[in-house]
Ligand binder design. Structure first.
Ligand SMILES: Cc1cc2nc3c(=O)[nH]c(=O)nc-3n(C[C@H](O)[C@H](O)[C@H](O)COP(=O)(O)OP(=O)(O)OC[C@H]3O[C@@H](n4cnc5c(N)ncnc54)[C@H](O)[C@@H]3O)c2cc1C
Length: 252
């Protein structure tokens, strides 16, 4: 564990062991992990853990949003995309088995629910879906909320404890054979979504250039920058940096 990771504000050392691995669909692995650091663990919906996947001077870390935390079992759930391209994160998730150990730090992340907002809109690709659903589930059921989540096919949708209703609606978008980086579905959703009255908040997560395009579409609808939380999770054609983030940052 590189000592500098323990200086990140708010995090604690997590010495984790994989306890369960399940495929949620053809391209998504659900991992349950337990271990030291998960007793009395607290986090905000949308926060993540950073796993250190290889050691040494230039340790490689990858970040995954906390999909769930069970305080009794002392487990956290991470849902990790098998994106099909060589990468330490995807490869670790594809090969890990119960009993494997991995260290990390958490909780990380500065994007929280805007509790004062009158309505919420989440837009993300499959990497953003676990966090978007976790945040949606963290809102009162009466608060108008929409999510537009883009995946390959209906087999890639994820479950949520929050049933879709007129007030809270999860819309799955299927890009099919279109490569994720060529899809305009999230931009189109931002451009055409019915925005309720009042002051809302928009949350965007996914590939950096698409995140920036969705952010521009949000601003074009009259939202102010403080009403939009945009985060780049990965970058096209480029491995994330060793710290688990794309070199290019989101921000129109
Ligand atoms: C705060 C935060 C939270 C995140 N939460 C989650 C989460 O809950 N679940 C999750 O699955 N991911 C999540 N991610 C994204 C995840 O950390 C990255 O996708 C990560 O870079 C994957 O690492 P890798 O080692 O597999 O690939 P990298 O080494 O980063 O990239 C290798 C190659 O794969 C390509 N690639 C990477 N990701 C994708 C993709 N999704 N689709 C197509 N090509 C891709 C790259 O362009 C590159 O060519 C999060 C990222 C951040 C910053």
């Amino acid at each position: 564990m590189p000592p500098r990771l323990l200086t990140i504000p708010g995090v604690q050392l997590l010495e984790l062991e994989v306890v369960q691995v399940d495929d949620l669909g053809p391209r998504m692995r659900q991992l349950l992990l337990t271990g030291n650091g998960l007793q009395d663990f607290t986090y905000e919906p949308g926060q993540d853990v950073m796993l250190v996947l290889s050691g040494g001077e230039r340790a490689v870390s990858r970040r995954y949003t906390i999909r769930g935390y069970d305080p009794r079992a002392r487990t956290i759930e991470l849902d990790v995309v098998a994106h099909g391209v060589h990468g330490p994160g995807a490869e670790w998730a594809a090969s890990t088995i119960p009993g494997d150990r991995v260290n990390g730090v958490g909780p990380r992340g500065k994007i929280y629910l805007d509790r004062d907002a009158d309505w919420h809109l989440f837009l993300g690709d499959e990497t953003g879906a676990p966090g978007s659903l976790r945040m949606l589930e963290g809102l009162p059921e009466a608060v108008p909320t929409q999510a537009y989540l883009e995946v390959t096919s209906p087999a890639d949708t994820l479950g949520t404890s929050r049933a879709s209703s007129e007030t809270q609606l999860v819309n799955w978008l299927y890009r099919g054979d279109t490569p994720a980086i060529e899809s305009t579905m999230l931009v189109d959703a931002m451009t055409s979504a019915d925005l309720p009255d009042g002051r809302g908040h928009v949350y965007i997560a996914g590939e950096v250039q698409i995140v920036n395009a969705v952010l521009r579409a949000a601003l074009a609808r009259g939202l102010t920058p403080d009403q939009v939380s945009a985060k780049a999770y990965w970058g096209r054609g480029k491995a994330n940096e060793n710290n688990g983030e794309p070199l290019e940052k989101a921000g129109a």
